[in-house]
Design a protein around this ligand. Structure first.
Ligand code: NAP
Length: 321
């Protein structure tokens, strides 16, 4: 199959590209930088210079399927960054795909699209999206998903794969952030990291994406998860241990962390500072809320089940570093 991929220079996109090429697919991948061109070529894909703002049907050529993984995933940034990349960007990719005659559109969503600050306990796909979330990443991913669902049609099947807390070799976000904070002796738990979380090892996500190439209904979303939930502390300490890092026991009670996050964020916005504040409201929310999910739907409809266990993933991560 000829496939167009966005986000190929990212954690998920890179692994998806390697899998697709390995399975014999021809992959055209969005690239906005010379380094990404090189990476995409080295993995056997063809870079196509465009971005989420400029993409047109011509960039997709005769691709039959789109995997849309690119997104602004940062915890901090200019106020409209999430909306521009994730909402308008997704709409641009959908429009280009429709005009190019793409038959199937796989969007990489996230449980964050459901989140407005609440705990989630074994939530499934019936749980409503939160397009008005006060957290711009969450709101933007919810709105993007709504656009994907609205674009589903007889001509173009659109579906959403929703991982939660992706981890494993190649992570460009979470583990590097843990490492950086550890180097500065700045790691602090909130509520002792007791919140429970589901997670998605990168190999499990890539397996789900492969299944979604041919399985799954248009207009549907599917959570894809690891075999067991863990506390955030187990998850993060496990990742840190793979780099021989010790995070220590410094802890903030939730009420204090929330006040501090709001204060830092308010000051940074007020003073229009371009640097990232030491704490923000989104980070406090993510580090303190329970977020466990149910992936029964993907197991039934896609035939999904994890190909690597959480324990194996952690052991493998230790060997990789
Ligand atoms: N990581 C997680 O834990 C997690 C959990 C659930 C869902 N997700 C979803 O998984 C997807 C992939 O995330 P990731 O972890 O792979 O992120 P990542 O490593 O940060 O990669 C983000 C990718 O998006 C591209 N991108 C960002 N803005 C763009 C723009 N305006 N135009 C073109 N490309 C742009 C980046 O390209 P450049 O290299 O050029 O910047 C990069 O390839 C996202 O949709 C995210 O919402 C992630």
């Amino acid at each position: 199959m000829k496939i167009f991929l966005t986000g190929a220079s990212g954690f998920v996109g890179k692994a998806a590209l390697a899998m697709l090429v390995d399975r014999g697919h021809e992959v055209v991948a969005m690239s906005r930088r010379a380094e990404s061109d090189q990476l995409i070529k080295s993995l056997g894909g063809r870079p196509e210079r465009c971005d989420l703002e400029s993409i047109k049907a011509e960039h997709l050529g005769d691709c039959e399927l789109v995997i849309h993984s690119a997104a602004y995933v940062e915890a901090w940034g200019p106020k409209d960054a999430w909306f521009k990349a994730n909402v308008l960007g997704t709409e641009n990719v959908l429009k280009a795909a429709k005009q190019a005659g793409v038959k199937r559109f796989i969007h990489i969503g996230t449980e964050a699209g459901l989140v407005h600050g609440q705990d989630l306990f074994k939530a499934d796909e019936h749980y409503p999206l939160a397009p008005d979330s006060p957290y711009p990443y969450c709101a933007s991913k919810a709105q993007a998903e709504q656009s994907v669902m609205a674009a589903n049609s007889a001509e173009m099947t659109c579906l959403v794969i929703r991982p939660r807390l992706i981890w494993g070799p190649g992570d460009q976000t979470l583990l590097p952030a843990i490492e950086q904070m550890c180097e500065r002796n700045a790691w602090v738990w909130i509520n002792h990291g007791k919140a429970m979380t589901s997670s998605t090892h990168i190999d499990n996500l890539i397996h789900a994406i492969e299944l979604a190439l041919t399985k799954g209904e248009g207009g549907e979303a599917y959570f894809v998860l690891d075999d067991a939930d863990h506390s955030l502390r187990q998850m993060i300490e496990g990742m840190a241990a793979s780099k021989n890092l010790e995070l220590g026991n410094k802890n903030l009670p939730l009420w204090f962390a929330e006040a501090l996050g709001a204060l830092c964020e308010g000051m940074w916005r007020l003073l229009n500072l371009s640097s990232e504040p030491p704490l923000n409201k989104y980070a406090v929310m993510v580090m303190s809320r329970n977020c466990t999910l149910d992936d029964s739907k993907a197991r039934k409809a896609l035939g999904y089940s994890p190909i690597i266990s959480w324990q194996e993933g952690m052991a493998q991560l230790g060997k990789a570093h």
